[in-house]
Design a protein around this ligand. Structure first.
Ligand code: PLP
Ligand code: COI
Length: 340
């Protein structure tokens, strides 16, 4: 195991030993290759550079108290990548290839998997890019799929601590019939300015409403929104947000806990009725929300008066983490256990 300050890792890039790659050429996927380079040889007219023909994923591996490594719901990420492939005219990568490559890259970099006690994890970043040269706007004929990893700590300051969010009305990250439900780079480019505005003012992240009417809650930066009202778990249904695998898992855990799961459009005003709110995602896990400030209209929605996480999200957070680290039984078949 590497000597790193495991308990104080940021959520950031770090070079690890190896990445794995596969090329798509002449209408088919080639062989999986290992590389120790952080760089990609690239044609100046590659479609990913000019026309954003790319998609990525994000998932995590965790080292348990028993020393085993668990990868969380990687088939779901493989399937979501396939949906991004359809949307961007890229060749579908078989789920099996995706999973083989994820397992292999985790094993190749096992000395970077944080120890159980640190509460950190190994972030896995799969990336698919159009590498073929085109100058007319059309899909490439060649692609590169690459998976690399790095140990990470919490995405938001303070880990499981409540953050304030800034509702930004003058930017949309995606359009109603656009690409918001796919994990493609363009959505993140569209979010950079709004994120900068929010972050500069000291907020955890930006907060988006639906682009059509600005009436309903969409997402919290790079995470889905969840609200708790009484015994209900409420989360937005929208055509322009990413279907979060963390949210899907939490909806299941909430139902297992006997809660009512409401997956429906959530009007902004409903924030006034919530007992708790949070942002959820692979990087964010659950990040409780203390307050949402509508910075352009100068209105504040205070969710947590004492600025502390509420009991329901705290329970869900611990239940999810327990499954991921192997401290609780994996009753839904969500984890792939590696004995490495
Ligand atoms: N929404 C956006 C825009 C994201 O980038 C992410 C991160 O992947 C999520 C939601 C959460 O999705 P998941 O739980 O699958 O990581
Ligand atoms: C994730 O949660 O995996 C993300 O992709 C969020 C962000 C780092 C893009």
């Amino acid at each position: 195991m590497k000597q790193l300050d495991w308990s104080n890792l940021p959520f950031g890039y770090m070079k690890t030993d190896k990445n794995v790659r596969i090329l798509y050429k002449n209408g088919k996927w080639g062989e999986i290759e290992e590389s120790d380079s952080e760089y990609i040889p690239m044609h100046i007219a590659a479609t990913c550079l000019h026309y954003g023909q790319e998609a990525f994923e994000g998932l995590k591996a965790f080292r348990g108290r028993d020393g085993k490594v668990r990868i969380f719901r990687m088939e779901e990420n493989a399937k979501r990548l396939q949906s991004s492939c359809h949307a961007t005219m890229m060749p579908e990568l078989p789920v099996e290839t995706f999973c083989n490559m994820v397992e292999r890259v985790v094993e190749l970099n096992k000395s970077y998997i944080p120890p159980y006690e640190s509460g950190a994890s190994l972030y896995i970043r799969p990336l698919l890019i159009g590498t073929g040269a085109e100058i007319g706007v059309k899909p490439a004929k060649e692609y590169l799929f690459i998976v690399f990893v790095m140990p990470v700590g919490p995405y938001f300051k303070g880990g499981f601590a409540a953050n304030a969010y800034a509702l930004v009305r003058s930017f949309d990250r995606s359009a109603p019939l656009g690409m918001g439900k796919y994990k493609v780079g363009g959505n993140y480019a569209a979010s950079l300015y709004a994120h900068h505005l929010a972050y500069d003012k000291g907020y955890g992240s930006e907060f988006y409403l639906d682009a059509r009417e600005k009436k309903y809650i969409d997402e919290c930066g790079a995470a889905n929104f969840i609200g708790i009202k009484g015994n209900s778990y409420i989360t937005p249904k929208s055509e322009s947000i990413l279907p979060s695998i963390t949210n899907k898992s939490l909806m299941q855990l909430a139902a297992d806990n006997g809660m009512t799961v409401e997956h429906r459009p959530v009007p902004l005003e409903e924030l006034n009725e919530l007992d708790e709110a949070g942002a959820c995602g692979t990087a964010a896990v659950i990040s409780p929300i203390s307050r949402i400030d509508d910075i352009e209209l100068d209105v504040s929605y205070v969710i947590s008066k004492d600025g502390k996480p509420g009991p329901v999200l705290t329970k869900l957070y611990h239940q999810l983490r327990a499954i991921q680290y192997g401290d609780a039984p994996d009753t839904h078949g969500w984890v792939t256990v590696l004995d490495i």
